[in-house]
Design a protein around this ligand. Structure first.
Ligand SMILES: Nc1ncnc2c1ncn2[C@@H]1O[C@H](COP(=O)(O)OP(=O)(O)OP(=O)(O)O)[C@@H](O)[C@H]1O
Length: 524
């Protein structure tokens, strides 16, 4: 009786507050669809998809296609809650590219926002694989190159006649977008909105917010309200809000502006009503009404998988390894040895422990495994190099902070190891989701202290297909590693000391420079 009421209580809790979330489209009821049976697919895109190795669309992609190109015709904004690796990227890339394929003039029509640079690069690759087939151009605004280089990629300068100089301060009527689709991180997007001449969101028709719950967690310089304002307000309002942007509003794309501003809102049966179509996606989409309200969704439709809010990939196997805290590195090494060079990502709880663990593993004698670090503590170039080597298979193990948790798609990752227990089910889902992608098999191991087992079990109960077997490492393989561990710890200690000495030296040098500068100034 008590159990039944507890069950009721749990079910009650999981019912979303927002009414439209209570009647979703269940993607598990949709079948894959071979490309040749997909209604209205542009034959040029079919060829491009085949070149990518795509012969049929995954269920979530079919579901989104039906609501965009199919009978749904982009009538409603879409919220897509679908497991990691289920193909959410192509789910939005394909219909957007198909819709824009008939464009007559180049201008920025679709904007995709992602929380990190590496994720944006990944999504740009997917667009770039199919968009050129229909004559569309894709840009990137992530701060990978200098702002000047980025601007020259995004904005077309007028072709100058012989003897005529281009004057940057001149009226901006000739500046045009070089891209139809832009993939951006919020910071760089705001840089362009605030200061790039000729950059306008005036013609934007599609906005994709990928990894929505992550992006809604932080304001990121208020990028979302800014984008919504820029696509909603009349020109007069815009000019007062963004004086710089306003300069080129009046006549840059006069005719196009008219098309967008008086575009017919399909959901309103022919009434003139300008609207930006939005698609928001995550494997752990928020149900929080106040967070979702920020998106100002129009008649939203939820596409989700199954009954529960969280779902792990179909072919993911979860294991727990119970060990003493001080023996964790030994258990990890023993586990890596049994995995024999398979591609693994090891997650830790912080950038500092990522660095320490990676250093320790590399001091561990003759492991015959190439191990590198990937964390927010590193410079972007170092991080990207490690990722590239991992993708190429030159590195087998990537020790990572949560910088790698979301969205990253690396082919052939067969194992994820939680060296530190994730604090939330969402984190577990995103970490585990770096394996078992696109219908492949994968394993997720979590190292636990005895006192963490109960909490971990409770956390996993929040997800579908949550069974977690105990994985045991033979005690003799731990014993064999003990002496190498002691030596590695010794080296780690030395390395930590030398690093902190170097840091202190750099700090001292820079504070001396500041003092010297002030002295010089005071002489003047
Ligand atoms: N129709 C398809 N056929 C074959 N492979 C596909 C198809 N769609 C996507 N993939 C592949 O599946 C993998 C996962 O896709 P994607 O990165 O879009 O997943 P996701 O749902 O966005 O995952 P996450 O939530 O982790 O970001 C990618 O390697 C992608 O190339």
């Amino acid at each position: 009786m008590e159990e039944a009421s507890e069950q009721n209580q749990k079910q009650k809790k999981s019912v979303p507050v927002l009414p439209w979330m209570r009647s979703p489209i269940d993607v598990t009821l949709i079948d894959e669809c071979p490309l040749n049976l997909l209604p209205f697919l542009d034959p040029r895109l079919e060829v491009a998809l085949q070149k990518m190795g795509v012969t049929s669309l995954f269920p979530v992609q079919v579901g989104v296609w039906q609501e965009t190109i199919g009978p749904g015709s982009f009538e409603r904004d879409l919220c897509i809650n679908s497991p990691t690796g289920s193909g959410k990227t192509l789910a939005y890339v394909l219909p957007i590219v198909q819709m824009l394929s008939t464009r007559a003039v180049r201008c920025l029509r679709a904007l995709v926002v992602l929380p990190t640079r590496d994720l944006a690069l990944q999504v740009k690759e997917v667009f770039s694989a199919i968009a050129p087939a229909v004559g569309l151009s894709v840009g990137l605004a992530v701060g990978q190159s200098s702002i000047a280089d980025e601007i020259s990629e995004l904005i077309k300068r007028p072709k100058l006649e012989a003897g005529i100089c281009y004057v940057p301060e001149a009226p901006l009527v000739h500046l045009q977008s070089s891209v139809d689709i832009l993939v951006a991180t919020p910071g760089r997007l705001m840089d362009h909105i605030n200061s790039t001449k000729g950059f306008t969101l005036e013609h934007l028709s599609y906005l994709v917010v990928d990894e929505t719950d992550r992006l809604l967690r932080e304001a990121y310089q208020s990028w979302l309200p800014t984008v919504l304002q820029l696509t909603r307000y009349s020109d007069g309002d815009l000019r007062s809000l963004f004086p710089h942007t306003g300069i080129f509003l009046p006549s840059t794309f006069g005719s196009l502006k008219t098309i967008r501003r008086s575009g017919v809102e399909r959901g309103f049966k022919g009434k003139a009503y300008p609207r930006l179509v939005k698609m928001v996606l995550s494997a752990t989409l928020t149900q929080d009404p106040s967070k979702l309200a920020q998106l100002d969704l129009h008649h939203p439709l939820l596409l989700t998988t199954g009954q529960r809010r969280y779902r792990l990939p179909e072919r993911l196997e979860s294991f727990q390894l119970i060990c003493e805290s001080k023996l964790k590195p030994l258990y990890l090494v023993a586990l890596l040895q049994t995995l024999q060079g398979e591609k693994c990502i090891v997650f830790t709880s912080s950038v500092e422990s990522t660095h320490r663990l990676c250093t320790l593993l590399n001091f561990f004698g003759d492991l015959q495994i190439k191990i590198k670090e990937y964390s927010g503590l590193q410079r972007q170039s170092v991080r990207s190099k490690a990722l590239k080597a991992f993708r190429a298979g030159d590195i087998q193990v990537l020790v990572s902070s949560d910088a790698m948790t979301r969205g990253m798609d690396v082919e052939g990752v067969t194992n994820v190891i939680n060296y530190d227990i994730p604090a939330y089910i969402k984190t577990y889902i995103h970490r585990a989701g770096r394996t078992a992608r696109a219908g492949q098999a994968g394993r997720c191991f979590t190292l636990l202290r005895k006192d963490e087992v109960k909490r971990f079990k409770k956390m996993l109960q929040k997800a579908d297909n949550n069974s977690c077997l105990v994985y045991s490492v033979p005690s003799d393989s731990i014993e064999l590693l003990r002496s190498a561990y002691t030596a590695a710890l010794e080296k780690l200690k030395e390395s930590v000391e030398s690093e902190s000495y170097k840091k202190r030296k750099i700090k001292l040098k820079s504070s001396r420079m500041v003092i010297q500068k002030e002295l010089n100034n005071s002489k003047v």
